[in-house]
Design a protein around this ligand. Structure first.
Ligand code: MN
Ligand code: MN
Length: 462
């Protein structure tokens, strides 16, 4: 045996997918057309739930009824408070052998309105915001923003907003200083380039025509909101209104190999997990696809993964068959479907190149997240890593490993640790992303496609 042969036999190289499987370029591009649609119609968790429900209904899913009997192959879904959704295909095996879970989150970083947001200052009407999730605040100034969300009026009527997405719609924005006057601001640390209380959104500049009126621009804005939506100022206290980038998902690169869009963390895993769920036919084990809310603020709240809703849903599934839920959980396993930070050649210093994921090398298996000595991580077992890698290898899925950056540079978390609390085996798997949490994030189509293939294989084989 030559040294070269020995080297080939013993060492590990992760290939570029297009070099190994050029035929996937076209298949991935076709798959991602649906993904871009999903992104464009789902800019909030509520909108993603609606899009997901539409796709599930079209695929023959019905609303889950815990008092009904189901057969292998039956497909059901349940929505939790309009902000998270679970879908299931009943398996052939008894449920005591566990369920197979893919869990992604459909909330993304953004600017939320405060409860009393509207004010006027020197002839401009503005909204006060409180950012949601980990954003780099300076990235959110001087980009067009769209207004999404819901508000419940005093009369109990719910108003839904989606302004800034259609041609002819106005958009909104946070302002920044011109360079000519920014000398002092430019001395700030980058994290304070735009401060939290400077994330104020411009919404109007014309006054209500009555010279007696104080704050006439604010009144004009309220008048317009009232005419169109029946809204009064106090109604903002009964609202969840999110300002998000008013930008559509687009191809990036001369080769159209990438997608640039808002909210790919983690709607990319939401969409791929949902597609894998929908195409699953007569699985061995019952599937549970969950698209959850609130991951970006620590999975809190009753629509987040730290709440009881997933546990209760699986408990209902167990009880349908008279099985002990504890046994079901103990025999279940899960892919915590979330993105990871792709290597960025412009900022190599924060990565450890051997243990970082790269665009176009496939879905990224993340054994642990966390920070400073894996603190806050799930840290998947060797055995479960082996199981997931085996499934992907047998299915011809391109995969790689990755950590979030070099040791002690930073870190992050996912829903994995909350799934683990249920006594379920779990590991993170998802798509490498550049500019994560920015208003415009980048993914590679080949990675999106292989993540979908990984989720589908997991439902077939795990
Ligand atoms: Mn995420
Ligand atoms: Mn995130």
């Amino acid at each position: 045996m030559t040294g070269k042969e020995l080297q080939e036999q013993l060492t590990w190289k992760i290939p570029h997918i297009a070099a190994k499987a050029p035929e996937q370029v076209e298949a991935a591009a076709a798959f991602c057309e649906g993904y871009k649609e999903f992104l464009n119609h789902g800019k909030t968790e509520r909108e993603c739930v609606k899009s997901a429900e539409k796709l599930l209904l079209a695929a023959g899913y019905t609303v889950f009824d815990e008092k009904k009997k189901y057969q292998p192959g039956d497909k059901v879904y349940r929505i939790n408070r309009g902000k998270s959704i679970m879908a299931t295909t009943f398996g052939v095996c008894p449920i005591e052998e566990g369920v197979r879970i893919n869990g992604a989150h459909i909330d993304s970083p953004r600017l939320d309105l405060k409860a009393n947001p509207l004010y006027e200052k020197e002839g401009l009407a503005l909204f006060k915001t409180h950012y949601y999730g980990g954003i780099r605040k300076y990235q959110w100034a001087t980009i067009p923003l769209a207004m999404h969300g819901v508000l419940v009026r005093k009369d109990g009527q719910t108003v839904e907003f989606c302004i800034g997405e259609e041609p002819g719609d106005p958009v909104f924005c946070v302002t920044d200083l011109l360079p000519h006057l920014a000398a002092e601001q430019s001395e700030r640390k980058l994290k304070d380039g735009i401060k939290g209380e400077e994330l104020n959104i411009v919404i109007g500049s014309l006054p209500y025509e009555d010279e007696e009126i104080k704050e006439p621009v604010k009144l004009k804005a309220l008048q317009l909101l009232h005419e169109r939506f029946g809204v009064v100022e106090e109604d903002f206290a009964r609202a969840e209104i999110e300002f998000v980038p008013a930008v559509k998902a687009v191809d990036v690169g001369f080769d159209h190999s990438m997608i640039g869009a808002y909210g790919q963390d983690d709607r990319v895993c939401g969409y791929t997990a949902l597609m894998a769920e929908i195409e699953t036919v007569n699985p061995r084990h019952t599937t549970v696809t969950v698209l959850t809310d609130k991951e970006e603020i620590g999975s809190e709240g009753n629509t987040g993964m730290n709440a009881a809703y997933l546990k209760d849903y699986i408990t209902y599934l167990a009880e349908l068959e008279g099985a002990n839920p504890k046994t079901v959980f103990a025999n279940s396993c899960c892919l915590s479907a979330d993105v990871n930070a792709a290597y960025d050649p412009t900022f190599p210093q924060v990565y450890e190149p051997r243990n970082t994921c790269y665009l176009n090398k496939g879905c990224v298996l993340t054994k642990f997240t966390g920070s400073r000595g894996k603190s806050g991580a799930n840290d998947a077992s060797a055995e479960f890593m082996a199981k997931v890698i085996g499934i992907m290898d047998r299915a011809g899925v391109f995969w790689q490993v990755g950590e979030i950056g070099a040791v002690d540079v930073g870190g992050g978390g996912t829903i994995a640790k909350f799934i683990a609390k249920l006594n379920v085996d779990v590991v993170d798997l998802g798509v490498p992303i550049l500019s994560m949490h920015a208003p415009f994030e980048l993914s590679a189509k080949l990675d999106v496609y292989n993540t979908y293939k990984a989720f589908a294989a997991f439902y077939r084989e795990a």
